[in-house]
Design a protein. Structure first.
Ligand SMILES: NC(=O)c1ccc[n+]([C@@H]2O[C@H](COP(=O)([O-])OP(=O)(O)OC[C@H]3O[C@@H](n4cnc5c(N)ncnc54)[C@H](O)[C@@H]3O)[C@@H](O)[C@H]2O)c1
Length: 275
């Protein structure tokens, strides 16, 4: 194994990243390369290993045997793969619910210590924008995608409670290079903070099951970050406020309505309901 520079003497060991070919994948991969001994990269789309410290595998979440093999000797899994937006109930059930079940079950069988699950702010997207949400408040999913992520969290809780797997569910905000719409002034998750939250979720001590919002330090955010700071030891650094001048102050989004904005509307869900 090549020599690695270790920040704060953290060694993440062998880490699997699922869904690495997606939008967040490259940021998470780059953020973990320095401190991981080895990265195992899985996606159903082709991925290429950069050097001998990476293994790339093409595989689908529906294939438990492949996941068990891929997780062999792994210390941790960062589970990004799945449907990342509104879709049909069947698609969400298969990719997010069964997919996460297979990831957690493969982790149990392979004796992986910790799994980081990418949940979503959309688990609580029906709360109104003036409500500051703590992660332990009752969920209010803004669509079927949010419902599927709630099931993801429940699976994580069950594997933690019943089998002692260490699980962190990160309710990610809007992952973008920069905010591209008004809502992002509240919901933006910068690439730097995304990498920071994932690394903290892998390294935090005394974890059984933690659910935390992963959002940048946006002045206008809706979500409480106390759990992230106290239990994961991460305080985000970016603030979408520096982009505020690009968006109209009087945008109807700020007049009230759900945190999910356009996502939390019948028009967003209806096209995905059965005929
Ligand atoms: N991007 C965001 O703003 C955001 C916000 C909140 C939560 N999240 C969550 O974070 C995670 C990563 O998000 P993203 O934006 O990178 O998603 P993405 O849609 O860009 O990428 C998902 C990846 O998962 C892979 N994948 C999907 N189904 C698979 C399957 N059955 N087997 C194997 N691979 C499969 C896809 O090929 C893709 O590479 C997702 O779980 C998403 O729901 C993302």
């Amino acid at each position: 194994m090549a020599h690695k520079l270790r920040i704060m003497d953290v060694n993440l060991g062998r880490v699997v990243i699922t869904g690495v070919a997606g939008r967040m994948g490259p940021t998470v991969r780059a953020g973990l390369r320095e401190e991981a001994d080895h990265l195992v990269l899985i996606d159903r789309e082709p991925v290429t290993a950069e050097d001998e410290d990476e293994t790339a595998l093409e595989g689908d979440l529906s294939d438990l045997a492949t996941l068990v093999k891929a997780f062999d000797r792994a210390d941790a899994v960062v589970h990004l793969a799945g449907m990342s937006d509104e879709a049909s109930f069947d698609e969400l059930l298969e990719a997010n619910v069964r997919g996460t079940f297979n990831v957690l079950e493969a982790a149990r069988r392979s004796e992986v210590r910790r799994v980081v699950l990418l949940s979503s702010n959309r688990v609580t997207g029906s709360y109104p924008i003036h409500h500051h949400v703590f992660p332990d408040e009752p969920p209010r999913p803004d669509g079927l995608y949010g419902v599927s992520k709630l099931a993801v969290e429940a699976l994580g809780q069950m594997y933690a409670d019943t089998f002692g797997l260490e699980v962190v569910a990160l309710r990610a905000g809007s992952f973008e290079e920069e905010p591209t719409e008004t809502r992002h002034l509240a919901t933006w998750l910068s690439p730097r903070d995304c990498a920071g939250f994932v690394k903290a979720a892998l390294t935090a001590s005394n974890v059984s099951y933690v659910v935390a919002y992963a959002v940048s330090a946006n002045a206008r955010r809706f979500w409480d970050l106390t759990v992230a700071e106290n239990e994961l030891g991460y305080r985000p650094v970016d603030d979408a406020a520096k982009f505020a001048s690009q968006f109209p102050d009087d945008d109807p989004f700020w007049h009230g309505g759900p945190q999910g904005g356009d996502y939390a509307t019948p028009e967003s869900v209806l096209p995905h309901l059965p005929d």
